[in-house]
Write a new protein. Sequence first.
Length: 212
Amino acid sequence: MFIPSAFAETDLIWLDRLLARDAFVTLLTTGADGLPQATRLPVLYRRDGDGMLIEGHWARPNPQAGHAGPALLLVHGPHAYVSPGWYPDKDAQARVPTWNYAAAELRGVLEPVNDPDALIAMLDGLSAHYEAGVGGDWDLQPIDPRQRRMLSGIVGFRFRPDQVQIKLKLSQNHPEANQRSVIDALSALQAPASRELAQWMRWRRDDGTADD
């Protein structure tokens, strides 16, 4: 990922925040024809210090299912258009339109998972996490033969990143007056995505503190 130095971030707390807001990622591998294969899917993310584990599963008919080896995982963050008209120094500096966003790219190794007990544990973790997020009470019943038979239709995976790139393009290369003006303008818009981006800009400007 192209990251000018002003937008590079190394604190993994930002990866935690990105995956907490949206763990529906894009998983990229190389297919047999040499072209990229991409799957969009939800994952479960865990981090202990610098050690990270990401788990998920494919539908078995997916051509990417069962891939072992190098992979690239894209984490998508908030983004929005920024008008040059919002900058106080727009005329003096001949400002132009841009797009602000936060994102991450993770490179690492994929390990397929086919063991039924390991798949059950993985699915149980995923369902418990996402059910809690919507206030649901569905849970996996591994003793139910109907649910157990469905395991044959999926292939699980574990992904262990060994390289993480985090890009926060949040106007931090601009004077403070420009940053404040962009935050105010985004906050005043009706689009939820713009308001969310304004909040991320506040966090980044305030030394990365996400408590306000």
